[in-house]
Write a protein that binds this ligand. Structure first.
Ligand SMILES: Cc1cc2nc3c(=O)[nH]c(=O)nc-3n(C[C@H](O)[C@H](O)[C@H](O)COP(=O)(O)OP(=O)(O)OC[C@H]3O[C@@H](n4cnc5c(N)ncnc54)[C@H](O)[C@@H]3O)c2cc1C
Length: 421
């Protein structure tokens, strides 16, 4: 185990949610050695979730997104360096930035996140074809949206649908093109996907499901004018959001010879194939006791909890990562909350009949693995406690009329359940 003293100089590459949190937790836990946070965005570390929600609608400003003010880093002796890390030398334990400066470390934390995936079709470079990963991306969308007449989203994942909801609330009728037969297909159950599909349609957005994109058309000035679908149809478009997922930023790790497979490969302690290098957050592929295979998770919870684990390890408290995954998304006034990992589930049980307020319990081999809730924050909080404490209801118990997650938790834990998230 690396003790506080042995951790010495900690270098964090990537000044996003996970990188910031690592530095903050290290100081909170009494780490005395130097801590350096290297980021290539030239801004204070900020939270990304509002970029596709409140920030897009100008309900909050950039300064509302900073995770901590400038003075926090000064007060806590966290050195912030702006630059892109381009090379990692495991033998000499140094990171080189694009400006050729060298940064030595005793322990390196890779928190390089992910970048937005491009749509791999002709015309993807045209002006007016946007992505949404950074504050700069959101700023570009914020300035383009007021003048846009035909808004098209490619991909009905969380970012695409959150953007479509925000744009609709700003008065645009959005067409969402999705290659799979239902929205959010990889991330939520069929009943939940159907609810969000209906919600968008009822609010006036159009969903074109099971449709691929063949190319983007542009005018002489290089501006996008239309999206051509694989069935030959052309949708007029002057603002397109490519919301087709994110690719982990693994190039630094790969260049150094660290193991990379769908993310920077780490063990249960979040250590890479080099014991002096950890990887956390969106860039890391990690084992989890609740998962069938190695996972890469894009969520704030994952970034924060993994940062905490690494800071704990570097200050003398070692453990294996098994924190319960949870997630949220807001579209229109609907707040979706997910506890657990639903991948590979075989049974769905819906609690609550009201369309705007229900939960879906997901079972695998009769074991509760995840709960998706919309408009039922008390269900979500109960589900988190039930799953984290490993006191799930059996499938037959949950199927009994009148079953509630809060009632189940009370009966097992004997403690009151918090009313809301
Ligand atoms: C639009 C949007 C909405 C989201 N909404 C939600 C939500 O509602 N709920 C939720 O739980 N999650 C949401 N997420 C996901 C969540 O924001 C991410 O999971 C989280 O930001 C991951 O943190 P991270 O630090 O791993 O990566 P990032 O936040 O991506 O930070 C990585 C940082 O490292 C920098 N970097 C990368 N390589 C280098 C290098 N070589 N040198 C220097 N710097 C480098 C990057 O520029 C970036 O600043 C959303 C994400 C987006 C984009």
């Amino acid at each position: 185990m690396e003790t506080c003293k042995r951790a010495g100089r900690v270098l964090v590459v990537g000044a996003g949610q996970a990188g910031h949190q690592t530095a903050a937790y290290l100081r909170e836990r009494g780490h005395k050695g130097p801590v350096t946070l290297i980021g290539d965005e030239g801004r204070l570390p900020y939270e990304r979730p509002p970029l596709s929600k409140a920030y897009l609608k100008a309900e909050v400003e950039a300064s509302d997104l900073w995770l901590r003010p400038e003075t926090f880093y000064e007060r806590n002796a966290i050195e912030r360096v702006t630059g892109t890390a381009v090379a990692l030398d495991l033998a000499t334990r140094t990171v080189r930035l694009a400006d050729a400066s060298l940064h030595p470390y005793d322990h390196l934390v890779l928190a390089t996140g992910a970048r937005a995936r491009a749509v791999p079709v002709p015309g993807a470079h045209l002006c007016g074809v946007h992505r949404l990963r950074t504050l700069a991306d959101a700023d570009a969308l914020r300035s383009a949206l007021p003048g846009a007449r035909h808004v098209v989203v490619i991909g009905a994942g969380f970012v695409g649908l959150e953007f479509a909801a925000a744009a609709r609330e700003m008065g645009h009728r959005v067409t969402v093109v999705e290659a799979l037969p239902r929205p959010l297909a990889r991330v939520v159950s069929a009943p939940m996907a159907e609810y969000f599909a209906r919600l968008h349609q009822e609010r006036g957005n159009e969903l074109l499901l099971g449709q691929g994109v063949a190319r983007f058309h542009g005018n002489r000035e290089g501006r996008v004018t239309a999206v051509e679908l694989t069935d030959g149809r052309r949708l007029p478009a002057d603002l397109v959001l490519a919301g087709v997922g994110a690719v982990p930023r693994t190039e630094l790790a790969e260049g150094a010879g660290l193991e990379v497979a769908g993310g920077i490969v780490v063990d249960g302690r979040l250590l890479t194939s080099d014991p002096h290098v950890s990887a956390i957050g969106d860039c890391a592929a990690f084992p989890h006791p609740r998962a069938l295979a190695r996972l890469r998770v894009e969520s704030v919870q994952n970034a924060v909890d993994q940062a905490r684990l690494v800071a704990d390890r570097l200050t003398g408290s070692d453990r294996t990562y098994d924190d319960l995954p949870w997630f949220w998304s807001t579209q229109f006034s609907a707040r979706l909350q997910i506890a657990g990992l639903g991948g590979g589930h075989d049974t769905e049980l819906v609690l609550g009949g009201d369309a705007g307020s229900f939960s879906v319990l997901l079972f695998r081999d009769e074991e509760l693995v995840a709960v998706e809730s919309v408009g039922r924050p008390a269900d979500h909080m109960a589900a988190r406690r039930i799953l984290a404490q490993n006191i799930p209801p059996a499938l037959w118990e949950a199927a009994v009329p009148g079953f509630t997650l809060q009632g189940h938790l009370r009966s097992r834990a004997g403690r009151p359940v918090p009313a809301a998230a």
